[in-house]
Design a protein around this ligand. Structure first.
Ligand code: PGA
Length: 258
């Protein structure tokens, strides 16, 4: 994917369904690992990549995905949630990938959500990514409001790993997903984290290649603005237009305004 359109515009691959998106995304990751066994992956969480992780685990079980030398860096983590909190992204990654493939523990990286000084943690995490040579392949999702990682719509963007204040709509969407699961660890929306540690857009844009996944009609507006709109911190995903190797892998519902 991507080779023929490098540097011109984002490549858009539209597939019929969420399942197709998940399978194609996993194929991209598997192929990248075959090409480079020492791949550095930047990884997302949320509802969108669950199917991709499922397909990666299946590929691993078939002997088609070897993570033994791969290093991973997650995009973000909620401030205040320890790795054993069920809503932490550390828990999410263990459940969906880390416990199910041959990734070495020391090769997986997620910002620490708890600790005395989040600013120190942000600097440590940024330095670790720089030390790894930045990402070879960043897999991203997009929020309904156009956020990437937890780079929320704002009057300005931060380049490197930082503490971000979560917008109300972002907290509400995540809280509702937990409520729908029937297992919400937060008694009320007020208990949901207000902040997160996140890679900045600069951290993300330094990745060699970017694959953005989106599924469903709720993402269609943000995707259109990201692809054809002005570069604006009010829609952080629009800054992906600056990157020379971005592929959007989207299902037909998400692609309806493209
Ligand atoms: P989702 O989140 O996959 O749960 O829709 C994507 C995002 O907010 O980046």
């Amino acid at each position: 994917m991507g080779a023929d359109k490098k540097g011109e515009q984002m490549e858009i691959v539209t597939v019929p369904s969420y399942e197709d998106m998940s399978l194609r995304a996993a194929e991209v990751v598997c192929e990248a690992m075959r090409q480079n066994p020492d791949l550095v992956l930047i990884l997302p969480t949320g509802a969108t990549p669950v199917g991709m992780y499922r397909e990666l685990v299946a590929a691993h079980e078939r002997g088609q995905a070897d993570f033994s030398r791969v290093r991973t860096f997650n995009l973000d983590e909620y401030r205040g949630l320890a790795p054993d909190h069920p809503a932490s992204y550390a828990a999410y990654m263990r459940e969906h990938l880390f416990a199910k493939v041959n990734l070495a523990g020391q090769n997986t990286h997620i910002p620490h959500g708890v600790g005395p000084d989040p600013e120190v943690e942000c600097r440590r995490y940024e330095a670790a990514i720089v030390e790894a040579g930045h990402g070879d392949l960043a897999i991203l999702g997009i929020g309904q409001n156009g956020h990437v990682g937890f780079n929320e719509p704002s009057y300005s963007l931060r380049s490197t790993v930082h503490v971000a204040r979560l917008r109300d709509e972002t907290r509400q969407v995540a809280f509702d997903i937990w409520s729908e699961s029937g297992d919400n660890p937060f008694p009320a929306l007020a208990d949901f984290p207000n902040h997160a540690l996140t890679m900045g857009m600069g951290t993300i844009l330094k990745a060699e290649r970017i694959l953005l996944l989106a599924s469903g009609a709720s993402k269609a507006r943000a995707l259109r603005l990201a692809v054809t709109g002005a570069l604006t911190p009010q829609l952080p995903a629009s800054f992906l237009q600056l990157h020379r190797d971005v592929t959007l892998l989207v299902d037909s519902e998400a692609a309806r305004f493209l």
